[in-house]
Design a binder for this molecule. Structure first.
Ligand SMILES: NC(=O)c1ccc[n+]([C@@H]2O[C@H](COP(=O)([O-])OP(=O)(O)OC[C@H]3O[C@@H](n4cnc5c(N)ncnc54)[C@H](O)[C@@H]3O)[C@@H](O)[C@H]2O)c1
Length: 436
C-alpha cells in the first residue's frame, strides 16, 4: 500500500510550520510522533517483507472473520498451516489459503519446523496450552485476549516466552490504536484532565450473547462464553480490553476490587453472570467503576477518565471526546473546535477528538500547511495495526504494542474481580499476584 506524508508550508519557515502543525495536530488529533510510530510499525515503512510462515489456530468468528484476514493482508505473511477442531470452520479458512495444510490437533502444528509464528484465536481455555506448546517449539505467538483462563496459566505463558526468548503478543488491539495512543498522550503528557481521580467504563449490550448452534455440534462447544468451565464471562470477554486501557493510561494496576453480578435476566442455563458491576481501587485512591450489561445497550462501550481539569472519553466505537471543567485552564487549542462543538451536562465545553483534524484545519483557512496521510495508517483498523506490529516485531525485534505483561496484568485484575463477585467480599490484589 502506498504511503505519503507530505508537509507543505506557505509563508512559514519549515521549522515554524512543523511546530505549528505538531501543536495543532497533537491537540486535536494525532501527534506527529504517533503517526511516525505507526508508520514505522508497518512492513512497507521498514521495507522488511521477509516471508514469515504462519500457523493459525482457531478460525471461528474472531479468528477467521478478523485476525486471519488482517494477518493475510500483511506483506510477506505465508499461511502454511490452519488448525481447527470444527471441520466446517477449518474448511472455510482453507479455501482462503490454498497453500496451507489443515489440522485438527494443534500439537501436529508444533512439529512443523518451517512455522515461525502461531496465531491463536480459540476459546480462552485453549490459549495457554497452545501458546506454551508453540513457545516451547521456538515459535513466536500472537494470542487473542483474555490472555488465559487462570492467573497461573497466564503466568506460565509469559514465562515460556521469556525462557524461549520468543515474542508473545496479546490481542488487546487498543494498544495499537491511533486514537487510544493519542488519548494516552493527552492524559499522560498533555495532562488535559489534570489529576485523574476516577474512571467509569462500561460495555452495555441488549442481547443474550447466545449463538444459534449448528446441528453438527453442541451448545457447550459453540456457546463456550456462557459457561464457567470455559469462560471468565463478561469481564474477560469485554472488560479485559477496557481494564487494560485503564492500567495503561494510569501506568498502574488495581490493588483491590469489590463487585456484584448475577444471572438475573437470561435464565437460560448459562453459568456466567449476565451483568457485572465492579469497583477497582488503584494507587492514590483512584477508582475504576466498571459495568457490563446484557439487558440495555445505552452508553455502549467507552472508558471515561475524570480529572480535576476535564473528562476524556475514549471508545473504539464512538471515538474520543474531551470536556473541560469550567474552572480549568482554557488552552488555545480548546478555543477552536474542529471536530464539532459539544456541551456537557453542566455546560462543560466539549471537543471531539479527530485524527484528521490537521487536514480540516487547513481546509478551514487556518494557515498551518497541509498534511496528507494515505496508505499505511489511514484506512487501517486497530486489528490491522496490531498484526502489522506483530510481524514487524518478528522481523525487526521492535517491541510489540501489547506485551505479555500488559495482557497478564489485565487478566489478573479480571480474575480477581470474578473472585470478589463470587465471594461477595473485597479482594486485595497483591504485588505478588502480578509477578511473573
Ligand atoms: N480482540 C477482540 O476484539 C476479540 C473479539 C472477539 C473475540 N476475541 C477472542 O477471540 C477468541 C475466539 O473467539 P471467537 O468469538 O472467535 O470464538 P468462536 O467460538 O467463534 O471460535 C473459536 C474457534 O476455535 C475453534 N477451537 C475450539 N477449540 C479448539 C482447539 N482446541 N484447537 C483448535 N481450534 C479450536 C472452534 O472450533 C472455533 O472455530 C477468544 O479468546 C475471544 O475472547 C477477541
Amino acid at each position: 500500500m502506498k504511503r505519503t506524508i507530505s508537509f507543505q508550508s506557505t509563508d512559514m519557515s519549515r521549522r515554524e510550520f512543523i511546530q505549528g502543525t505538531a501543536a495543532i495536530a497533537s491537540a486535536f488529533g494525532l501527534g506527529l510522533s504517533q503517526i511516525a510510530q505507526a508508520q514505522d510499525a508497518s512492513p512497507a515503512a521498514s521495507g522488511d517483507v521477509r516471508p514469515v510462515n504462519v500457523a493459525f489456530i482457531g478460525v471461528g468468528a474472531q479468528g477467521f472473520g478478523v485476525d486471519f484476514k488482517r494477518a493475510m493482508n500483511v506483506p510477506g505473511v505465508r499461511m502454511v498451516a490452519i488448525c481447527d477442531v470444527y471441520e466446517p470452520n477449518l474448511n472455510r479458512a482453507l479455501k482462503d489459503a490454498p497453500n496451507a495444510t489443515g489440522y485438527k490437533d494443534y500439537r501436529q502444528v508444533m512439529d512443523r519446523k518451517d512455522v515461525e509464528a502461531v496465531l491463536i484465536a480459540t476459546p480462552i481455555i485453549w490459549h495457554a496450552p497452545i501458546a506454551i506448546a508453540a513457545l516451547e517449539s521456538g515459535k513466536h505467538v500472537f494470542s487473542e485476549k483474555m490472555m488465559a483462563y487462570t492467573i497461573e496459566e497466564a503466568r506460565n505463558m509469559a514465562r515460556a516466552a521469556i525462557k524461549n526468548n520468543r515474542i508473545l503478543q496479546i490481542g488487546h488491539q487498543r494498544k495499537s490504536s491511533i486514537l487510544y495512543n493519542h488519548g494516552w498522550d493527552l492524559i499522560r503528557n498533555k495532562k488535559i484532565c489534570g489529576i485523574v481521580t476516577h474512571i467509569r467504563a462500561q460495555w452495555n449490550r441488549n442481547s443474550s450473547w447466545r449463538r444459534p448452534v449448528p446441528p453438527d455440534t453442541t451448545d457447550k462447544f459453540w456457546n463456550w462464553r456462557l459457561y464457567k468451565e470455559t469462560s471468565q464471562g463478561l469481564l474477560a470477554e469485554l472488560g479485559s480490553h477496557q481494564i487494560q486501557v485503564v492500567n495503561w493510561y494510569l501506568e498502574s494496576r488495581p490493588t483491590s476490587v469489590v463487585g456484584l453480578g448475577g444471572i438475573d435476566y437470561w435464565k437460560d442455563g448459562r453459568t456466567v453472570n449476565d451483568n457485572v458491576e465492579v469497583l477497582y481501587e488503584y494507587p492514590n485512591g483512584i477508582k475504576l467503576n466498571y459495568t457490563s450489561l446484557t439487558t440495555n445497550q445505552f452508553d455502549g462501550y467507552a472508558e471515561q477518565f475524570m480529572g480535576k481539569d476535564g473528562t476524556l472519553i475514549v471508545s473504539e466505537g464512538t471515538g474520543g471526546q474531551f470536556y473541560r471543567e469550567p474552572n480549568a485552564p482554557l488552552l488555545d487549542w480548546m478555543k477552536h473546535p474542529v471536530g464539532g462543538k459539544l456541551t456537557g451536562e453542566h455546560k462543560e465545553p466539549g471537543l471531539l477528538l479527530d485524527p484528521s483534524a490537521t487536514k480540516k484545519l487547513n481546509k478551514s483557512g487556518v494557515k498551518v500547511g497541509e498534511m496528507t496521510i494515505e496508505g499505511d495508517v489511514r484506512g487501517k483498523d486497530d486489528y490491522q495495526l496490531e498484526m502489522d506490529n506483530f510481524f514487524n516485531s518478528i522481523r525487526t525485534g521492535a517491541p510489540v504494542a501489547c506485551t505479555a505483561m500488559d495482557g497478564f496484568e489485565a487478566a489478573v485484575a479480571v480474575i480477581k474481580a470474578n473472585e470478589a463477585i463470587a465471594k461477595k467480599s473485597r479482594v486485595v490484589i497483591h504485588d505478588s499476584d502480578y509477578s511473573i
